[in-house]
Structures are given as structure tokens and as C-alpha cells.
Write a protein that binds this ligand. Structure first.
Ligand code: AMP
Length: 623
């Protein structure tokens, strides 16, 4: 099928031709003819990378013509990054429609300039929800002439807490508009929007509902927790031409992994909420230009990243929320290309792979962390190819050649080749000379732990981890303001404590995750580090507050069985298991992460960009 068969105007076809698109992608083939009709509500289930922006952008530009002073098209999307990308695409599609003006409005930047731009004419507004609501309240945007509303990445917008804003925007648009909704997944909240605001929408699904892109190969590697970083390096080393995204769970971990990779000679940069907007823009620019080869990011900061040709997504740690895995892996294999999503897990995390497989209806392959030999062979081949492909600048090298030749005169051709290759190759050979097999299977782990356990018992009288359960005075019990309802599980809490406070898991004792809050115990010697580092940390968009609980004796005499002085109502509610959120410890501050943050006041998008996910599909088990 060709674009001209879809029914688009000549001017639009001309712009498609300029972009070099040869044939419509599957979602464009299904969606465009329908969206060119007068009644054209649509629900499109598609990931980024399928060509969905053009699937709605081309008919939108096609349907809006020559009336630049009326806002007829509205595109709402979750992040500033995506907002800029969509408006740039729409401008390209409208290249030959002189009277179509596209204006992007998003949080984190001066609102007055955006108001001026809108006043000059905005046929199509591309907006993030919070900023759009601000502009509507300031009467800078009028929606009475809107004929088309596009909701892009609807699931992301709802995850980010934009539901009320979306409802309020849609309520102000005319009844007879067309609504086109695109989402990578279809949780109930997204289906509700379709139910409330659309009439008989056409449902176009590229792949199964909740299924990821079929061009992505999902591979997991089982390693010991202590080998996670070494395994990451091997996955990178075995792919010399990697252009990848490495996902971590916390800002601290992201920074730490990126710094270590840099120190170890990799071209890696971090992207997380602790960086300023200018720093993040700079990193993104360099990543897009491929000056940065590996971007190490948190889920929040990576939202809306729209970079083509990412070869690998590496999940250094899996996200708590399965839908985030869909979003992570969807960053590769765009526009029909192939990509790999690699996952590092420890033995206790197998159930997470099963849960993702169930939800995404996809299957993972068990990968083998490459051996030192394999890596060295691949690196050597890559090096040789690079040398073979290197163009010799004859003219520039000419004047140095006599000296070079005389320096190597005493060496044979073979020796010269070996020496040049070794300049680079030695680094790998040295690093991997003592490298061991990092793969671990359940049986192997049990066997080894058994042996080690015997040794430990023999040497230390079997006191290793039990010390936590016997001697109260050595440990402190902490209260944590988040619980199961915030997606926290014991493994997640352990990782958070260890990552933020720089502890090993053996310093942490019993962990109790309750519906709305949690407790854990740790060696007394780490109390200060925990209070300093874990308190105020961010867990999946929620601020973590940590306090020392009262001692058992004090609790007994202090009345009731409460571990600390939280409000009676919360206590009751937690026992009743009903309460969702609200005052007391439930009051959550949001991390200043995400694109569009850090700017002057009244910036609603900044607040929302990193708000806690509302709809969450976790792995359905605590590890
Ligand atoms: P999207 O899913 O909208 O993020 O698009 C992913 C990438 O595919 C973008 O770089 C688009 O420019 C590109 N693209 C979209 N449609 C086509 C097409 N029909 N042919 C080739 N590339 C396309």
C-alpha cells in the first residue's frame, strides 16, 4: 500500500515524500483512512516506534487547513520531550500548508512566551496536561473550535496523575469533536476515557493488547546480586557497537552505575531527577547526537525519550511496575528495526520475568552472560574491522611517514600488526584474565551456598545472619512511610536501603512491609547513614520518610501497639485495609524529576511529571 492510496491531500503527500517515508506502517494503514472520515473516534494500541505520530499527525494536518486563527486540533501528551517531538513532526507534515500553525506548550518554561505564540495563531496546540490547564485558566487558550483531540501515551499520562486535568480539558471541548487516543497498554483507566468521551471508536491494535513490539527480543540473565555490575559490563562489552539505555531504579543507583561505567572507560552519562533541566537537555542532546553511547536513566527521567536506533535497553534492575518494563523496552526496535531488551536478575527475581511474560504475552529467552573468551574474540573482531575500515588520510600522514617507518623498521609486518591491535585489546585481556563464569542457576547456587554455609558454620559457629534475631540491642528498628500500596515489597525496600545508604544486604535484618507503611531493622552502626540517605529518597516517584521506631519497652508502656506516634485514624484505616491516601504519613511530596522540571512557580507539569503512578501492575508477589 502507498500513502497516496490512503486518501491524503497532495500537500501532505508532498511533505511525506520530503521526509523519505516510502510506505505507510501497519498502524498508519489501519488508522489514516478512518481518521480522514468526519466521525472518527479511535483507540490505537501501539508503542512508540510503530509510526503512531504520523498515524494521527498526517490525518490531523490533512483535516485542518487554512484557518490558522482557530485552534482546531489539540494533542495532549505526557512530557515536554514528547510534546516537542510531536510538534516538530506536525510542522514537517504541514510544511506545504502555510496557514497551519503548530504551537507546543509544556511546563518548565516561561508561560508568557507560550501565550504570545498562541495569540499569534495556533491551529494545532500540542500540550502537556498541567500547562494546558494553566493556559485555559488564564484564558490564553480557547477550546470552543476544537474538532480533533489526540491523547498520546494515554497510559503514561494516567500513570503520572494527569487524570483530573485530562477530564477537565476534555470537558471544555465541544461535544461533537473527534477523540483519537493512543496508548501502549490498556489499563482500565484508559478504557474508561474511551467509554466516557468516544462514540463507537475504531480500535486499532498493533500487536496484542498489552503486548510489546514483536521486533524486540527479551533476554534475561541470572546472576548473583554481587555480580550485577560485572555482568552489565560484559553485556556491553559483547556488543561493541551498542547504542543503549541502561535503566536503574533509583537516582542514587543511576548516578553510581553511570559514574562507575565512566571510570571503567565506557562512554556513559546519567539522566535522573537530581540533574538540572539544562544538564538533562545537554545529556539528551549528546545522546541523540550519539556522542554519548550509553545513557543510564531512571524511569521518571527517561519518560518520553524519543531517540531512534537504540540497539539495546538494559534493565540493570527491573522496575516495580510491569508497565514500566513495556515502556522501557519500547525505546528500542523503533520504526520496524530490531532491538534487544536485556534484563539482569538475581535468583529471587525469576517470578518477575514470569509476570512480565504473562502480562505482555511475550516470552523471554534465558541468556548466558558471555565468557571472557567470547568477549575477547568479539572485541578483537570489532577492532580488526575498525582498522580495516579506517580511511588513511594519505596527505596528512605523508610528512610523518618517514619517521614512523624508521621507528618500525626492525619489526616484521606481523609484529607491527600485533602491537597496534594490542594497544586497545590489552585492556580487555587484562580485565578478563581472571574473569569467572557469572551465570548462576538455582541448583548451582544452592550447591555453592551449601558449601559456603558449611564453611561459615565451621569457622564461626553458625552465627552469621541469626545475630539479628537474637540480640535486640545491636539493632535499630526503623519506620518507613511507604507500604504495599506504594508498590513497595521487601526486596524493593532492601534495595532502596542498600543503594541509598551504601550498605550490603547483610547489614539489614527483618523487613515487614505493611499496606501503608513498613518497618525494617539494621545494625546500630548504620543508623546515621540510613537516616541521612534513605530519609528523603525517592521510591518510584514517592518521597520516602524514615524514622526510628520506639523501643519495644517504651511502646508497651506508651499505650497500644503502635510502633510510633502516627495518627489513630491512619492506624484504624490501615487495619481496616481500606484507606488509599491522605494526610499524616500518607502525604507525599513528589520528586522534581522528569522533563520540564525546575522552573518558576505555578508549574503544574513539573509537579505531575514525577507523581506517583496511579495505576500499577506489580508482580503480584512479594519476594
Ligand atoms: P513514532 O512511532 O511516531 O515515534 O515513529 C518512530 C519513527 O518512525 C520516527 O522516527 C518516524 O519519523 C518514523 N516513521 C514514521 N512513519 C514512517 C514510515 N511510514 N516510514 C518510515 N519511517 C517512518
Amino acid at each position: 500500500m502507498t500513502f497516496s492510496e490512503l486518501g491524503l491531500r497532495e500537500e501532505v503527500l508532498q511533505s511525506i515524500n520530503d521526509l523519505g517515508f516510502e510506505a505507510p506502517t501497519p498502524i498508519q494503514q489501519s488508522a489514516i483512512p478512518h481518521l480522514l472520515k468526519s466521525d472518527s473516534d479511535l483507540v490505537g494500541l501501539a508503542q512508540t516506534g510503530t509510526g503512531k505520530t504520523a498515524a494521527f499527525g498526517l490525518p490531523l494536518v490533512n483535516n485542518i487547513q487554512d484557518q490558522y486563527d482557530l485552534t482546531q486540533g489539540l494533542v495532549i501528551c505526557p512530557t515536554r520531550e514528547l510534546c516537542l517531538q510531536i510538534s516538530k513532526d506536525l510542522e514537517n507534515y504541514a510544511k506545504y500548508d502555510r496557514k497551519t500553525a503548530v504551537v507546543a506548550v509544556y511546563g518548565g518554561t516561561d508561560i508568557r512566551r507560550q501565550i504570545t505564540q498562541i495569540k499569534q495563531g495556533a491551529t494545532i496546540i500540542v500540550a502537556t496536561p498541567g500547562r494546558l490547564v494553566d493556559l485555559i485558566q488564564r484564558r490564553a487558550v480557547k477550546l470552543q473550535d476544537v474538532r480533533f483531540v489526540v491523547l498520546d501515551e494515554a497510559d503514561e499520562m494516567l500513570n503520572m496523575g494527569f487524570k483530573e486535568d485530562i477530564d477537565s480539558i476534555l470537558d471544555q471541548t465541544p461535544d461533537e469533536k473527534n477523540v483519537w487516543l493512543f496508548s501502549a497498554t490498556m489499563p482500565k483507566e484508559v478504557a474508561d476515557i474511551a467509554k466516557n468521551y468516544m462514540t463507537n471508536p475504531l480500535e486499532v491494535s498493533i500487536g496484542h493488547k498489552n503486548q510489546g513490539n514483536v521486533n524486540i527480543e527479551h533476554i534475561y540473565y541470572t546472576v548473583r546480586e554481587k555480580d550485577r555490575y560485572a555482568a552489565l559490563k560484559r553485556l556491553i562489552d559483547v556488543n561493541p557497537d551498542i547504542f543503549g539505555l541502561v535503566f536503574c531504579r533509583t537516582r542514587h543507583e543511576t548516578q553510581h552505575v553511570a559514574e562507575n561505567l565512566s571510570k571503567d572507560g565506557y562512554n556513559a552519562e546519567p539522566l535522573h531527577g537530581d540533574l538540572s533541566q539544562a544538564q538533562r537537555d545537554n545529556v539528551m542532546k549528546r545522546f541523540r547526537e550519539r556522542t554519548v553511547q550509553l545513557l543510564v536513566a531512571t524511569d521518571v527521567a527517561a519518560r518520553g525519550i524519543d531517540v531512534d536506533n537504540i540497539t539495546h535497553v538494559i534493565n540493570y534492575q527491573l522496575p516495580d511496575d510491569i508497565e514500566n518494563y513495556t515502556h522501557r523496552s519500547g525505546r528500542t526496535a523503533r520504526a520496524g528495526k530490531k532491538g534487544e531488551s536485556l534484563v539482569l536478575i538475581n535468583l529471587k527475581e525469576h517470578y518477575k520475568i514470569k509476570a512480565i511474560e504473562r502480562q505482555m504475552r511475550t516470552s523471554f529467552t534465558l541468556g548466558v552472560v558471555p565468557s571472557a573468551n567470547e568477549i575477547c574474540a568479539i572485541q578483537l573482531a570489532s577492532l580488526i574491522n575498525k582498522v580495516k575500515d579506517t580511511e588513511v588520510k594519505e596527505k596528512d600522514i605523508e610528512e610523518f611517514l618517514p619517521k614512523i617507518m624508521s621507528d618500525f623498521e626492525h619489526l616484521s609486518k606481523e609484529e607491527v600488526i600485533k602491537k597496534f591491535i594490542s594497544v586497545e585489546f590489552n585492556r580487555f585481556v587484562e580485565y578478563y584474565s581472571k574473569a569467572q563464569d557469572l551465570n548462576v542457576s538455582e541448583s548451582r547456587d544452592r550447591r555453592e551456598r551449601g558449601e559456603r554455609g558449611d564453611r561459615d558454620r565451621g569457622e564461626r559457629g553458625g552465627e552469621r545472619r541469626e545475630r539479628f534475631d537474637r540480640d535486640d540491642s545491636n539493632r535499630t528498628r526503623f519506620f518507613v512511610s511507604l507500604g504495599k500500596r506504594d508498590g513497595l515489597n521487601p526486596g524493593g525496600l532492601l534495595r532502596l536501603i542498600c543503594d541509598e545508604a551504601g550498605l550490603t544486604s547483610s547489614s539489614v535484618g527483618k523487613i515487614d512491609v505493611m499496606p501503608s507503611f513498613s518497618f525494617f531493622e539494621a545494625d546500630n552502626s548504620h543508623t546515621e547513614a540510613i537516616l541521612k540517605a534513605v530519609n528523603g529518597a525517592n521510591y518510584e516517584g514517592n518521597r520516602v520518610s524514615v524514622e526510628i521506631t520506639k523501643k519495644k519497652a517504651e511502646r508497651r508502656s506508651g499505650g497500644g501497639d503502635r510502633d510510633r506516634g502516627f495518627s489513630g485514624s491512619r492506624d484504624r484505616n490501615d487495619r481496616g485495609g481500606e484507606r488509599r491516601s491522605g494526610g499524616g504519613f500518607g502525604e507525599r511530596k513528589r520528586e522534581g524529576g522528569g522533563f520540564g522540571s525546575r522552573s518558576g512557580g505555578g508549574d503544574r507539569d513539573r509537579d505531575r511529571n514525577s507523581s506517583r503512578p496511579r495505576s500499577r501492575s506489580s508482580y503480584g508477589r512479594n519476594n
